[in-house]
Design a protein around this ligand. Structure first.
Ligand code: ADP
Length: 270
């Protein structure tokens, strides 16, 4: 460091370099003061900037990977059909089933990425209205009617406090629908989902597979899944809880998670 300072003084040139210490990153700029044997030192803490850039890079590489794998499957099946490798009607039907499934998955990944991007839009530009969590939850539950029936789930919804929240309608929708979707997806046959609407927001519990303690701190990360194969099989994208977390942060809410493997999971938004 003193060598660099000496260099600046001797040659009257500006020096700039990056310095790391104790997990933080600094940009240091040394500027000579004209005709004096002194140097101005600017120190900028750029740790946040670096972290943000890293996150963006990770996101792009994960997103590309996530989109590439279903596309590879689709192209593989199409090629097999084109080259006449699949000739049996049942094999071709099976290929179409898989192609459709993978295409749907790509579609969900892209829509959820767009949802995430729209959450980054300035909060002030959004239309905020008084919304009922109870009504929104009922609408969402009716859109999952088929899955609920298929899994023979018992759904209990308790409107403890009657109140409205000031939110952008789509934000509220995404927040609740991702949690409801998981409570259904990761539940077991004949399981239960209980939703209690109580101030300041709500609690949702399920009797599903649960989340191992060691994974609990990571599940809100983009594209993170406890069991990747299972999530894929169920049409998951790994972005649902990242969207939930984003909405929660945007509205200064909090989200608590309680879960036990093979017993169930509770998310409390407040
Ligand atoms: P996905 O699209 O895979 O469901 P999410 O971001 O919504 O992605 O959730 C991340 C991961 O957290 C899931 O893949 C799953 O492993 C776990 N998870 C989330 N909610 C539940 C739940 N209610 N019960 C069990 N596991 C859950």
């Amino acid at each position: 460091f003193s060598l660099k300072v000496q260099n600046v003084i001797n040659h009257h040139i500006e020096e700039s370099f990056v310095y790391q210490d104790n997990g933080r990153t600094y940009r240091i700029i040394l500027t000579p003061i004209s005709h004096q044997n002194e140097t101005l030192i600017f120190i900028y803490d750029i740790t946040k900037e670096i972290q943000l850039n890293q996150m963006k890079e990770d996101f792009f590489s994960n997103a590309s990977h996530e989109l590439k794998s279903p596309l590879t499957t689709i192209l593989g099946y199409l090629q097999m059909i084109e080259e006449g490798i699949l000739t049996e009607k049942s094999d071709i039907e099976d290929a179409f089933f898989r192609i459709t499934k993978e295409a749907k998955r790509m579609n969900s990944i892209i829509s959820e990425m767009l949802n995430l991007a729209s959450l980054e839009v300035n909060q002030n530009e959004k239309t905020i209205t008084d919304l009922s969590i109870f009504e929104t939850t009922q609408d969402i539950l009716s859109s999952f009617k088929r899955d609920i029936k298929q899994k023979e789930l018992k759904i209990e919804i308790e409107n403890k406090d009657d109140f409205k929240v000031k939110m952008h309608a789509m934000d509220l929708y995404h927040l609740i629908s991702n949690l409801v979707s998981n409570a259904i997806k990761y539940n077991q046959q004949k399981g239960k989902v209980k939703i209690t609407i109580q101030k300041p927001f709500f609690v949702i519990s399920d009797t599903g597979i649960g989340i191992p303690y060691s994974e609990q701190s990571r599940i809100f990360e983009r594209f993170y899944r406890v069991d990747k194969a299972k999530s894929k099989e169920l049409g998951g994208t790994g972005l649902g809880l990242a969207i939930v977390k984003h909405v929660v942060n945007n509205y200064d809410l909090t989200i608590e998670l309680q879960s036990k493997e093979k017993e169930g999971t509770t998310f409390k938004v407040g």
